[in-house]
Write a new protein. Structure first.
Ligand code: HEC
Length: 161
């Protein structure tokens, strides 16, 4: 009986240490979650709501002389498919497969063509859920009107991948 108190005393610190570890871990989890949430909020704020399609006229002009059959090669040449393909490293970007079907509902009221136009030239205007805004923003300088039109026309076909 006399040895019991000393046993208790020697065990107490272990529980104290465990309790401290638990509190510290919980604190880290809370900090991590709130940091992630504020990051998501920032992304949400960066997305400007649209009440009309501001690109419609320009996109129509680009598509008028566009040649969709050049697009597959262009998205290779401009490096788009380094990120936009099935099996890309860390699933860095959504693959182009099926984009013609989803582009029109990603960001109302943008049409599929206007959405692809905006996503290519101003990738941070709207960031697809589940992805980070890592796409280069210098495509406006790099893409000629012809190439841009061809890429948009190609991505509007069911063959895009
Ligand atoms: C460094 C990787 C990278 C490259 C290169 C890249 N993109 Fe992207 N792109 C992304 C990421 C990541 C997203 C999703 C996040 C966002 O919306 O910004 C995206 C989004 C898009 C979207 C919207 C896709 C969807 O499913 O809604 C389109 C369209 C697009 N990019 C077109 C292009 C075109 C065209 C090129 C080449 C001229 C290109 N991208 C080059 C990373 C890239």
């Amino acid at each position: 009986m006399t040895s019991e108190p000393s046993k208790k005393n020697s065990r107490l610190p272990v529980y104290v240490v465990l309790a401290i570890l638990l509190v510290v871990t919980a604190a880290f989890i809370v900090i991590f979650i709130s940091a992630t949430q504020s990051e998501l909020q920032l992304q949400g704020e960066a997305t400007a709501e649209l009440t009309e399609d501001p690109y419609a006229e320009r996109v129509a002009a680009l598509l008028e002389g566009a040649d969709a059959s050049r697009g597959a090669l262009l998205v290779e040449q401009y490096g788009c498919t380094a990120c936009h393909r099935e099996g890309a490293v860390n699933k860095i970007a959504p693959p182009f497969t099926g984009i013609a079907d989803i582009a029109g509902s990603r960001r109302p009221p943008l049409s599929a063509a206007s959405y692809i136009y905006e996503s290519t030239l101003h990738p941070t205007a709207f960031v697809v859920e589940g992805f980070l805004p890592v796409m280069a923003v210098d495509y406006p300088e790099r893409l000629s009107d012809q190439d841009l039109g061809d890429v948009i026309a190609y991505l509007l076909t069911p063959d895009a991948h």
